[in-house]
Design a protein around this ligand. Structure first.
Ligand code: ADP
Length: 633
């Protein structure tokens, strides 16, 4: 087949340009990326040969090799791993552009600082292309294990690449970088220098479980080729004791596993002894990945069995609400060809999941008490995910509540724990109050908050989609009920209220007629009309009955494809508001019922609008308002 030339997609090209005119401060990391890919390729071949004993591949000496040629100014990273077919090269290497690329480019443009941009690149796995930071041409020759023909890919990183077939390619992949002219100002960036290569491998790739070899240049003493030296120690960091491993080494492992370029927020070690022995090293990233809430987010940790890599993204080891945790779990007594299906049901795996979950939660707790700043970052990035556990993992509910924090009317920017909330509760306050909504501002301005504000009662302000669900599911904290200020009847007692019981009594008699009539008028849309004890400024609000679904939940269930009957809500009127007083007067004086009906509709529409909803018939609502306004001119 003759060589074919292809164009990169526009987005891929932009990305390449960014890469070449580098956003990285540290160019050394290109080697880590290539070694990381090579190591993955060796893992894959090892696995495939375990599963398929007809595979025609040599697995006797799996390794990575780095060659430098000072004269030609080339650096080659070679592996004898799984390799790629012609089509795979086109898909995997030819198109950098996975679905996230467009979004990525946009974020990259928005990221002001280089460090931000550097972190972003890591998230999108453009590792291979980082070679263009130091090379003006890259050549990749590869042959997939089991296939006879190889493929050559070449590109100058400028918009096109060529593909052609090669007949005598060895199994695996070699990537050759044609290095840019030597950086005369900075000899530190000489990637043809053996000590430089040694240093980079040691720093970034020491833990790689396959040997990384380098053949020193020049002939040996007796004219024979010099013996290759192995650059990495290959020690599994998770199996070593804490004091043998530096933080940097842990961090490099994290970067290798997660494809993130930033430091992790937290490193968590767990070594379980006994009948079912395993070691694990888990990491909490410092930033939530952009696709954490999407279907295609690949969650899970790496599973090893007795130091042998078994699978990526092993989701059985941690619950979905810890899906942001990365790391390695290495078990002693699992079969090497264990499958995902088996793992899901395995009793030992379930025990491991329980234990690992507890360990992660206790680390979060430690952060909370020992490193409040780090905890704050953690909560900002992952709080919304963690709260899913309040619904799905009742066994760990208390532990989860203990490490959760929430925005509150108590302070503008500092979230509170439930514990601290309870400590601040006023005498006579029995319940923990919260309100859900789209934003802090929307909630704070909602009419439901008026009486709470007037009496200085603290309300938690919950803005994540999951909040309503967990608050409902959890129900109480240390014997105190969790109550939505927008649900059910609120009785804040008479303390701080200028109204006496007698006055309330009198008002309810006074309004009985109007309430009954309005209920009849609006009966299609609402369940009841009653006087409110939560309003001080607004004329009306709508609330949900104590055990009914709220509009947000209703919407959520529908979005998930569940059928739920529409829930009618309750209209509450503020008996001290001029509009409501006037309406009542008009009603008792038997004024024109058409105008009254309109006012009732308007009042209901206003209440719905005030909580961010939409009147049932917006066009009619607008017309009624316009008519009224016209009359005031
Ligand atoms: P990432 O490694 O983050 O997925 P890369 O751009 O570095 O992104 O690589 C893209 C894909 O190309 C890899 O996921 C892998 O499937 C394939 N690939 C890269 N290098 C090799 C290699 N040495 N051997 C086999 N496949 C490779």
């Amino acid at each position: 087949m003759p060589a074919e030339t292809f164009e990169f997609q526009v987005e891929a090209r932009q990305l390449l340009q960014l890469m070449i005119h580098s956003v990285y401060s540290n160019k050394d990391v290109f080697l880590r990326e290539l070694v990381s890919n090579a190591s993955d390729a060796l893992d894959k071949l090892r696995l495939e040969s375990l599963r398929d004993d007809t595979l025609d591949a040599d697995v006797s000496d799996l390794h990575i090799e780095i060659d430098v040629d000072k004269d030609a100014r080339t650096l080659t990273v070679r592996d004898n791993g799984i390799g790629m077919s012609y089509d795979e090269v086109g898909q995997l290497i030819g198109t950098i552009a996975n679905s996230g690329t467009a979004k990525f480019l946009q974020e990259l443009r928005e990221a002001k600082d280089g460090a931000g941009a550097e972190g972003l690149i890591g998230q999108f796995g453009v590792g291979f292309y980082s070679g263009f930071m130091v090379a003006d041409e890259m050549t990749l020759v590869t042959r997939r294990a089991g296939e006879s023909q190889g493929t050559r890919w070449t590109s100058r990183g400028e918009g096109t690449y060529t593909l052609d077939t090669v007949d005598d390619a060895p199994q695996g992949t070699s990537v050759t970088l044609h290095l840019k002219p030597a950086d005369s100002e900075n000899a530190l960036h000489d990637y043809t220098s053996a000590w430089k290569i040694r240093e980079i491998v040691k720093r970034y790739s020491d833990f790689i479980t396959w040997p990384i070899r380098m053949v020193p240049e020049g002939a040996g003493e007796d004219g024979a080729a010099p013996a290759p030296e192995t650059l990495n120690s290959m020690k599994a960091l998770w199996a070593r004791s804490r004091d043998e491993v530096s933080d940097e080494e842990y961090h490099e492992l994290y970067k290798h596993i997660s494809h993130d370029w930033r430091e992790p927020l937290e490193t968590i070690r767990l070594q379980a002894e006994g009948t079912f022995e395993y070691q694990s090293l888990l990491f909490v990233p410092s930033h939530a990945p952009h696709d954490l809430f999407t279907q295609n987010y690949r969650r899970g940790v790496q599973l090893y069995v007795k130091r042998v890599f078994i699978m990526d993204d092993c989701e059985a080891l941690l619950p979905p609400y810890l899906r942001f945790v990365k790391g390695v779990v290495d078990a002693q007594d699992l079969s090497l060809n264990v499958s995902r299906e088996i793992l899901q049901q395995d009793r030992h795996i379930q025990l491991m999941q329980r234990r690992l979950t507890k360990k992660v939660l206790s680390s979060v707790k430690d952060m909370m008490t020992g490193a409040p700043d780090r905890y704050a970052t953690f909560w900002r990035e992952f709080g919304a995910v963690l709260k899913e556990g309040l619904v799905t993992d009742p066994d760990n509910r208390d532990a989860l509540l203990a490490v959760s924090s929430f925005a509150s009317t108590h302070a503008d920017d500092e979230p509170t724990t439930l514990k601290a909330y309870v400590e601040r509760m006023k005498d006579g306050q029995d319940d923990i109050y919260y309100m859900t909504g789209d934003s802090r501002q929307a909630i704070e301005n909602s009419p439901h908050m008026e009486a709470f504000r007037a009496r200085g009662i603290e309300v938690l302000l919950l803005t994540d989609p999951v909040d309503e669900v967990w608050a409902d599911a959890v129900g109480e904290y240390e014997g105190k009920r969790l109550r939505s200020v927008a649900k059910g009847e609120i009785d804040l007692g008479t303390e701080g209220d200028e109204k006496t019981d007698e006055e309330r009594e009198r008002q309810s008699e006074e309004y009985a007629g109007l309430l009954g009539w309005m209920k009849e008028q609006l009966g299609e849309e609402i369940k009841d009309v009653r006087l409110s004890s939560r309003l001080t400024v607004s004329p009306a609000c709508v609330v949900s009955d104590a055990h009914d679904l709220t509009p947000a939940l209703e919407q959520m269930y529908r979005a998930m494809g569940q059928e739920v009957p529409p829930t009618k809500r309750i209209l509450e009127l503020n008996p001290d508001h001029q509009l409501v007083k006037g309406l009542n007067q008009a009603y008792t004086e038997r004024a024109d019922r058409t105008a009254l009906t309109e006012t009732a509709d308007l009042l209901h529409g206003l209440a719905v609008l005030a909580e961010g909803g939409q009147p049932k018939d917006p066009a009619r609502f607008v017309k009624l308002v316009a008519d009224r306004l016209e009359r005031t001119l």
